[in-house]
Ligand binder design. Structure first.
Ligand code: ZN
Ligand code: ZN
Length: 136
């Protein structure tokens, strides 16, 4: 896993610093669609010099290099995950959990919007998750 990241960095020409590596590994293992605050809170113990600005900068660098993507959610807080186009998201409007669900593809035909180049299609389903459904 770690070597994988180092290799990716070399390919991309960015330096695999320990902070970058930890943030990448965190995203890769937690899979909980964290915010900058979540990442900061969970990594500050192992990286005492970490700041939220650093987390933010590292995420932006990863975004630039297509290692991670930010997720569109119904509320304004930005969440991040390792780039993986094989799934879509379901956001529960009650507990705010974002679930990974099998990819939902639309049959959007880009020729219907001439002049625009689509680079990324994100489908975010919104509703009530099974856990919250039980409590209603
Ligand atoms: Zn829920
Ligand atoms: Zn996801």
């Amino acid at each position: 896993m770690g070597n994988n990241f180092t290799k990716k960095c070399l390919e991309l020409g960015i330096s695999p610093s320990i902070t970058r590596k930890k943030i990448y590994e965190y995203l890769e293992t937690s899979r909980n669609h964290p915010t900058v605050d979540d990442i900061y809170r969970d990594l500050i113990d192992s990286l005492p010099t970490l700041s939220k600005t650093t987390v933010y900068n590292v995420l932006n660098l990863f975004l630039e290099h297509n290692l991670v993507e930010s997720i569109n959610t119904s509320n304004n807080e930005k969440r991040y995950e390792i780039k993986d186009e094989g799934h879509s998201h379901f956001t529960c409007k009650i507990c705010n959990t974002i679930y990974d669900v099998p990819k939902v593809s639309t049959s959007y035909d880009s020729t219907r919007i001439p002049g625009f180049t689509i680079e990324n299609e994100q489908v975010n389903l919104i509703g009530i998750c099974p856990d919250c459904m039980k409590k209603i």
